[in-house]
Design a protein around this ligand. Structure first.
Ligand code: GLY
Length: 584
């Protein structure tokens, strides 16, 4: 190379590094990712809904176009999902709605199911003290259900935080129409119904409605649900209390009585949704606000974030073994505390303040070595001061004014207890399995839970649902996110948050990036198919970790981020599933 060629090469290299593209070309493990192998988020100037079902997302957008706010839209989305996404969308289940109003007020609506009055600590044990399986147990059948909270939760949210521009009946109407007129079954729904045919086929009403009497629904076939439509009509005419005290309640109670269920008319009448104070922390200066008990989600998330704040994740790299190691050790400790300390705080003492305290996290962090994995046998719960089907669903809504809803709700297992209440079209939850049916024995998710989460009449089972907000340093909303996935929910939300804050990912990239999960017991890191390189696997193994590949992906996160400078709403529906964000 002559002197002239050398000069031009040097000039090119120089230009390259002072060009606007230069920041995108940082190399090394901690380099921020500008355009990851991920689709770009949906963009909208006014309102956005990110959910697992395209039809439901559009229902929410329609509500906002007609003058409704994010809360109004969320209510209509929740009811629409009860029709179009019956695995988890529901009237017969419960969940948590986090609301952040444009003026900064933030609140949490707890509409978690409540145990029927006839439930007690040993209700799911047989004469030998063993967990009952099948009908009569906590997973399928008439005795598996807690008293549903969704209708009461939506009513409370509307009364306190709705725009006042749209009525209850107007917000129920899109769901009623979808149930009455039908909708084309998507590929995902047709597949899911078939995959669950064995259990759904156990109950004649469920088989008739959800399996088309055993003939199944094909992709594109129009599915009508007239009983469910009639239930919505009663709710429109007589309000939310109709579900708890009217004909719907009587139909549920009668069917329960006829089949040995626990739930009575009195239980339904006694259901109350509650407003709770969210839990908060800061992570690297950004405020994180999440769901308090009876969900463990917010407290466990915060405990993990507090521990991880002491590690330089950015320099470790997004998919590096070091990051996964630090994360795993934080997960192990926080899930050990979950097992020991968490339950319905209306019934048992839960040391939330101690669990989310930064100095407690610092003490836990000191016990983490970067050169060796701890074992879950040695990591018992700390001393703070003072949930394979994962068919929960999450959606996020932001309206034109900047109000935001982050809502996770569920029937627990896919299609809940698998029982449709005769004459209502309503699939019931199997949320009673989220209690520790036998404290110390793993539940459906392999989660060990303690006495604090034992079954008791009118108690709410401990949840892992983690609808969350993250604020910018100026106190404005940055993004909101949540996910299904039983216990993996909390770790999914954790990883989305650290992907954004530590690795500069946009909301779609953060949602799409591979995830890992550790829940203290069993003592193993689970990773997604194609979610970990062989090198990273070996590096983690050499630290002493046990690793297992999950049979399928983890979570189905749906988040919305407010773009800095423009205020554009960026909608991210998880690429792992069939969801779609819609905006206007
Ligand atoms: N049913 C799953 C959860 O509430 O965590």
């Amino acid at each position: 190379m002559n002197a002239r060629q050398t000069f031009f090469r040097l000039l090119l290299v120089l230009l390259f590094f002072v060009s606007p593209a230069a920041p995108l070309l940082k190399v090394g493990p901690g380099a921020g990712v500008a355009r990851a192998a991920s689709r770009t988020p949906a963009r909208a100037r006014r309102g956005m809904v990110a959910s697992t079902d395209r039809t439901a997302s559009r229902v929410g957008v329609d509500v906002m176009k007609r003058g409704g706010n994010a809360v109004d839209a969320a209510i209509a989305v929740a009811f629409a999902l009860a029709v179009t996404y019956p695995a988890a969308g529901n009237l017969g289940g419960g969940g948590f709605m986090m609301i952040r109003l444009r003026d900064g007020r933030t609140t949490a609506i707890d509409y978690r199911e409540m145990a029927p009055a006839a439930a007690h600590r040993d209700v799911y044990l047989d004469e030998r003290g063993e967990l009952k399986k099948g009908e009569g147990g906590s997973l399928v059948g008439y005795r598996a259900s807690g008293v549903p909270g969704t209708v009461a939760g939506m009513e409370l949210a509307l009364k306190k935080y709705g725009s006042g521009k749209l009525s209850w009946a107007q917000l129920v109407e899109p769901a009623r129409r979808l149930a009455a007129e039908g909708f084309p079954v998507s590929y995902g729904l047709a597949r899911s119904l078939r995959a669950n045919a064995k259990d759904l086929g156990l109950y004649p009403e469920t088989k008739r409605i959800h399996l088309n009497g055993g003939r199944f629904y094909e992709e594109g076939q129009v599915w009508r649900q007239p009983e469910l439509a009639a239930t919505f009509t009663r709710m429109q005419r007589l309000g939310a209390r109709e579900f708890y005290e009217g004909r719907t309640a009587r139909l549920i109670a009668d069917d329960m009585r006829a089949h040995g269920g626990l739930m009575t008319l009195e239980d339904l009448k006694g259901y109350v949704a509650k407003e709770r104070v969210p839990v908060r922390t800061t992570y690297r200066g950004f405020e994180v606000i999440s769901m308090p008990p009876p969900s463990s989600g917010g407290a466990v998330l915060i405990e993990m974030l507090n521990i991880l704040e002491g590690f330089d994740l950015r320099n470790m790299g997004a998919s590096a073994s070091e990051r996964y190691h630090a994360q795993t050790e934080a997960m192990r400790r926080a899930f050990a505390d979950r097992a020991e300390y968490m339950g319905d705080a209306d019934f048992v003492k839960v040391p939330v303040a101690g669990l989310i305290d930064k100095s407690y996290a610092e003490r836990l962090r000191r016990g983490i070595s970067m050169s060796r994995a701890s074992t879950s046998a040695e990591v018992k719960a700390g001393r703070p001061a003072g949930a394979e089907s994962e068919e929960t669903t999450h959606f996020t809504v932001v309206d034109a004014e900047g109000n935001c809803v982050s809502n996770t709700y569920t029937l627990n297992d896919g299609y809940g207890s698998k029982v449709v209440m005769k004459g209502t079209g309503i699939l019931m939850n199997d949320e009673m399995d989220d209690f520790a049916a036998k404290p110390g024995t793993p539940n459906m998710f392999g989660l060990i839970q303690g006495e604090r989460n034992a079954v008791a009449p009118r108690k709410r089972p401990l949840s892992a649902m983690t609808p969350t907000f993250v604020l910018r340093k100026d106190g404005t909303l940055w993004f909101a996110v949540g996910s299904p996935g039983g216990p993996t929910i909390i770790n999914t939300v954790l990883q989305v948050i650290t992907n954004v804050i530590d690795f500069d990912m946009n909301i779609q990239q953060a949602v799409d990036a591979p995830r890992i999960h550790h829940q203290w017991l069993p003592d193993e890191i689970v990773y997604e198919p194609y979610g970990m390189s062989a090198d990273t696997f070996r590096a983690l193994e050499s630290l002493g970790h046990r690793l297992t590949q999950r049979p399928r992906y983890m979570g189905d996160a749906h988040g919305i981020m407010i773009e800095e400078g423009t205020g554009v709403r960026l909608g991210a529906s998880d690429s792992r599933n069939y969801g779609e964000s819609a905006g206007y």
